[in-house]
Every structure is written in structure tokens, then in C-alpha cells.
Design a protein. Structure first.
Length: 255
């Protein structure tokens, strides 16, 4: 896992405050795909536990793995007491216990592509489910979005995360579904979208931007300046399109 991924820890409290949680519709989608009760799960890169809470509160015994100590400390403040929190990068999780579900919430792109799918499969029961979900956080009003793009352009060309395998945005199957389709370890790859619309104050929106890697990678003076420029072009409240793209796959029984 990259140093840039670990740098999220210095923003753990902001991440907890400004990143949205996950809707119960997400759990329902994963459960319906599984076709059987989900009793155990391992989470990759759990952060402050936004997704951990969703699955744990539905009765799933979750092992939440996270390499950054500050993130894990924040997670421990908010998740149910029976969640098992483990400080480890995905690459350092050793096969042993098998889980009914292995999932990543807006974290899979930080993992090492070498051996990613064999590693995930090794942690799953035969027929177990892999799930990855996340999505771009976009201003719903195109005029406002364009104004923000112009304001940030001297500092940040784009604040979106490009597809790790180069899949274009308009392609029918997005990453990581594209990789899962090519993997020998998984079958029945599916992609679904859960619509999510949010209303935020302008200050909370700037707070959210402060957790985005493209911004906190900037030197502090430039980060302050770009946030000031963005504030000037935004209304007091902003509408956000934050749809979740969900990828699901099943571990082959023969593996």
C-alpha cells in the first residue's frame, strides 16, 4: 500500500466528520447477490469504519483491517464493540480464517495489483462474495461544477481518481469489474449503481475536499489558497451527486 494511502491518517477526524456513510440499500444488494446469509466479513482498508458500521449493524461479524493507526483509532470510537479491528494492509493479511464476504469501500485502488485477486480469493469461503463500492463525489449543478473546476485548475488539474486499469468512464463495465472479469479466481461479475444525493453546507463541502488526496497532497499554503478560491464561487449550500458503483463477484468453488 502506498505512502499516499497511509497519509489519510493525518486527516482521520476530518474523514470521519465529512465523508458520508453508506445506505442500508448497499447491504441489501450484497445480501441479495450472495443468496445466503452473510455471517462473516473481512474489510480491506476500513478507514474510520463508515462501511464497517453498516455491515456490523446488520449482524455480520466484521474483521476491519486498516494499515493506518490514526484511522484505526478513529474507527474504534464508532463501530460496535464486537468488530475486530486489525492494523494491517491488505497485502499483510495472512490467509487463515475464511470469510463469507471480503469487501472494500472506496479503498481497493490503494492496494497492490500484484496478486490482488488470488489474495482476496484465499480469504473467501468457496462461493463467498467479493464486493467493492465507491464513486465520484460531484457537484450536481454543472454550472457550479465548472466554476469550481476553473477555480482549482491552477492548483489541481483533477480531483477524481482515474481508473487504475485505464478503463474509460463511459465503458459498460468499470474497474474493478474489468479486472474481476479477467481473473481466474472469480465468476458472476456484476455491476450496479445505487443513487445517492446529498445536500451539504459550503463549509462541509470544503471539509470533504480536505480529505481528498489530490488536495492534501498540496503544500499547506497552496491548499489554503485553492480552498479560498473555491469558496468564492460556491453558494451557501451545494447539491452533491454521490452515486455508489458496486461491483460483486463470487469465488469459484473449484479454486
Amino acid at each position: 500500500m502506498s505512502d499516499r494511502a497511509l497519509s489519510f491518517g493525518v486527516r482521520a477526524e476530518s474523514y470521519e466528520r465529512f465523508r458520508p456513510g453508506y445506505p442500508v440499500e448497499l447491504f441489501d444488494l450484497v445480501r441479495a447477490y450472495a443468496g445466503r446469509p452473510i455471517r462473516t466479513a473481512l474489510e480491506i482498508g476500513a478507514g474510520t469504519g463508515k462501511a464497517t458500521r453498516l455491515f456490523a449493524r446488520q449482524g455480520v461479524a466484521v474483521t476491519a483491517t486498516e494499515p493506518d493507526g490514526a484511522m484505526l483509532a478513529e474507527l474504534s470510537k464508532h463501530v460496535p464493540a464486537d468488530v475486530k479491528a486489525v492494523r494491517a494492509a491488505f497485502e499483510d493479511v495472512r490467509p487463515g480464517e475464511k470469510y463469507g464476504l471480503v469487501y472494500a469501500a472506496a479503498a481497493l485502488h490503494w492496494t497492490d495489483p500484484e496478486g490482488r485477486w488470488s489474495r482476496a480469493a484465499a480469504l473467501l469461503e468457496p462461493g463467498g462474495v467479493f464486493a467493492s463500492f465507491g464513486g465520484q463525489f460531484q457537484l450536481a449543478d454543472p454550472t457550479v461544477e465548472e466554476a469550481v473546476r476553473a477555480a482549482r485548475s491552477p492548483f489541481v488539474e483533477s480531483d477524481e481518481i482515474p481508473s487504475p486499469d485505464g478503463t474509460p468512464p463511459g465503458h459498460d463495465m468499470q474497474w474493478p469489474g474489468t479486472e474481476l472479469q479477467r481473473s481466474e479466481w472469480f465468476t458472476d461479475v456484476q455491476q450496479a449503481v445505487i443513487e445517492r444525493h446529498l445536500t451539504m453546507s459550503v463549509r462541509d463541502y470544503i471539509g470533504h475536499l480536505s480529505t481528498v488526496s489530490a488536495y492534501f497532497a498540496l503544500p499547506a499554503p497552496e491548499r489554503t489558497q485553492v480552498f479560498g478560491e473555491i469558496l468564492q464561487v460556491l453558494p451557501e449550500t451545494v447539491e452533491i451527486a454521490a452515486d455508489l458503483t458496486v461491483h460483486l463477484a463470487r469465488r469459484g468453488n473449484e479454486q
